[in-house]
Design a protein around this ligand. Structure first.
Ligand code: PEP
Length: 254
């Protein structure tokens, strides 16, 4: 059994004061739900404030990116060592980072290695663009992103029997567009591509214990349809994670 996980990606939104306000409003609703890992990923500037408010709750904190070195002359970057004091999760390889900040499978790979070395659970994002989707390249693209993004990793099952990483399948054409993929299609891609590649590269236990999320225009109306598919273990939620009632309802559905 894989425990469901729902993560909210706030992207580049909210000041520290706004973050405090939003998370304070969300805590009661999120706290009352059991059996789901809940993760909030604010921007770097809000991590400390949000972590103080989450202390003593069962809600986890995640970051949206990191740099792979622990410390040094890398102006403007944030290291896994710094994050490990605050967060348990980190989103890596999000399509917006691949698109606007030149992230490649090879930099994603370095970041995943660095996260794991500092006991952060990476949420590794993969997914095809609209052009690739229309050209029938989904399988090729997603399989390459996983093989190269996770190349050379020594993945071990933890004491809690779960894989040390999470994968988010996010078709780029579904992110922030209101045009979600169909739950049935997502289920097939996870089974035939994502778990198959994990099986090839890391064996049965990692393939079966890795949680695979869907992301792309998830909201409180469509969430339960995704979660009722066998292979979908939760969601990475962008826009709807900035709305208290929407996000709490999505976690409830999981
Ligand atoms: C995301 O940013 O990862 C995402 C899925 O965004 P949205 O839910 O807004 O489509």
């Amino acid at each position: 059994m894989r425990k469901p996980l729902v993560a909210g990606n706030w992207k580049m939104n909210l000041t520290v004061a706004e973050s405090r306000h939003l998370v304070s409003e969300m805590i009661p609703g999120l706290q009352s739900i059991e059996g789901v890992d809940r993760v909030i990923c604010p921007p770097f500037t809000s991590l400390l404030a949000v972590s103080a408010l989450l202390e003593g709750t069962a809600i986890n904190l995640g970051a949206q990116n990191l740099y792979w070195e622990s410390a040094g002359a890398f102006t403007g970057e944030i290291s896994p060592l710094m994050l490990s004091e605050l967060a348990r999760f980190v989103i890596l390889g999000h399509s917006e980072r691949r698109m606007y900040f030149n992230e490649t499978d090879s930099t994603v790979n370095k970041k995943v290695q660095a996260a794991l070395a500092h006991a952060l659970t990476p949420i590794v994002c993969v997914g095809e663009t609209l052009e690739e989707y229309e050209a029938g390249l989904t399988e090729e693209v997603v399989s390459r992103q996983i093989r190269l993004g996770l190349a050379g990793l020594d993945l071990r099952i933890g004491n809690n029997h779960t894989s040390p990483l999470v994968i988010a399948y996010e078709p780029v054409w579904a992110i922030g567009t209101g045009r979600a993929a169909t739950p049935e299609d997502v289920n097939v891609i996870i089974a035939r591509v994502i778990r198959a590649v994990l099986f090839d590269e890391f064996g049965e236990r990692i393939s079966q214990s890795t949680r695979v999320l869907y992301g792309g225009s998830v909201n409180s109306d469509n969430a339960s349809k995704f979660f009722s598919e066998e292979e979908i273990d939760g969601a990475l939620v962008g826009g709807a994670s900035l709305k208290v009632n929407e996000f709490v309802k999505i976690v409830q559905a999981a």
